[in-house]
Design a binder for this molecule. Structure first.
Ligand SMILES: O=C(O)CCC(=O)C(=O)O
Ligand SMILES: [Fe+2]
Length: 342
């Protein structure tokens, strides 16, 4: 029988079956040989699209099994380990449990003031140099200046040189939460930092200021550090709790959503808006729906790390030359940490 003569829904089931098999087969091959292929990112997104994330869950379980042959790095006992950021958490296992259920975990830090100051001041200089945009003297909470762009990122090479980034990368509690959450020794997949500002451009279709979910890897987690005080009007990050495990929006086509669509799918009271003082750290499973709330005043600076279960679908590798030798040495007990830098 010719495929064309079959009813449409049967063809669809068959097509999904073939795509599913193709993704799982390719991912199994990746686990075995750790080889990247040019089409992996497309495979990953197709798998997400046809399954609403279920296939990625299945793949993540395989990965957790596979990589658990490597033991989790770091000492079991946290006392005596320097927690540079001064994260204050009562019970890490409980926090990871809550992160798993809710998809987010917000913590405060202590004593980061001088590092935040220096990161912000250097970032303002860097922004002027790289992009010709001048924020000097503007109040991050109250300025009423508007800009051509709603987001401007800083270069990874610059970010990795900053002391704050290096403390963040070395923090044992951050590492413990990430490793516990992913269930494997984590791979650092992004070190990013960007200014968000009030702009007419916020309506742009691909903006991170519209609701969306991320899909860069099989399983990952993002850790956002607020460098400036963040209020409801200068760009608080927003998230729909539990949506990382329950995507109720279409996963095909343009995957950016407006307030109305989110409110219809989840209810307005379900959204969390993370206004918090500078130094706050937000762990988030960005498989869930999130956005940076469009700004009406001031500006916001965030430093974020992303960790992944592995580098399947990696599109750009970092350069080893960007890493300080002392940083690599201090983190040599985390065997997979710098796998992306080659
Ligand atoms: O700016 C924000 O808060 C959103 C950022 C975001 O979407 C991301 O980092 O994945
Ligand atoms: Fe995102």
């Amino acid at each position: 029988m010719k495929i064309k003569s079959l009813p449409k829904n049967v063809i669809n089931i068959y097509r999904r079956y073939r795509l599913t098999q193709s993704f799982l087969k390719r991912y199994a091959e990746f686990l075995r040989y750790q080889n990247s292929a040019p089409d992996d990112f497309a495979e990953l997104n197709t798998a997400m699209g046809i399954s609403g994330g279920k296939l990625l869950d299945k793949a993540a379980k395989k990965a957790q099994n596979y990589y658990s042959r490597h033991s989790l790095s770091g000492s079991k006992n946290l006392s005596g380990l320097g927690s540079h950021l001064g994260l204050n958490l009562d019970n890490i296992e409980q926090e990871i449990h809550s992160l798993r259920n809710e998809g987010w975990l917000l913590c405060e830090t202590a004593n980061l003031g001088p590092y935040l100051d220096s990161f912000l001041n250097n970032a303002i200089d860097q922004l002027k140099e790289e992009n010709g945009v001048n924020l000097l003297g503007l109040d991050p909470k109250k300025s009423n200046k508007t800009f051509d762009k709603e987001i401007i990122g800083l270069s990874e090479e610059w970010i990795l040189k900053q002391e704050l980034t290096q403390l963040f990368l070395q923090d044992e509690i951050v590492h413990r939460i990430v490793a516990g959450y992913l269930g494997v020794d984590p791979v650092l997949s992004q070190t990013i930092s960007w200014f968000s500002m009030p702009s007419e451009a916020s309506a742009r279709s691909q903006s991170a200021q519209r609701w969306h979910y991320d899909c860069d890897y099989v399983r990952w987690i993002k850790v956002f550090l607020y460098v400036t005080d963040v209020t409801n009007s200068n760009g608080a990050h927003e998230f729909v709790p539990k949506s990382h495990a329950n995507l109720k929006v279409s996963t095909s086509g343009d995957s950016r959503f407006d307030d109305d669509q989110i409110n219809k799918s989840y209810g307005i009271e379900e959204r969390r808006t993370f206004a918090a003082p500078r130094g706050a750290i937000l762990f988030e499973d960005t498989r869930g729906l999130h956005r940076g709330k469009p700004l009406i005043e001031g500006y916001r600076l965030v430093l974020a790390l992303q960790f992944t279960i592995d580098l399947f679908a990696e599109r750009s590798f970092g350069k080893r030359a960007w890493l300080e030798p002392s940083l690599m040495k201090n983190l040599s007990h985390r065997p997979r940490y710098f796998e992306r830098y080659r």
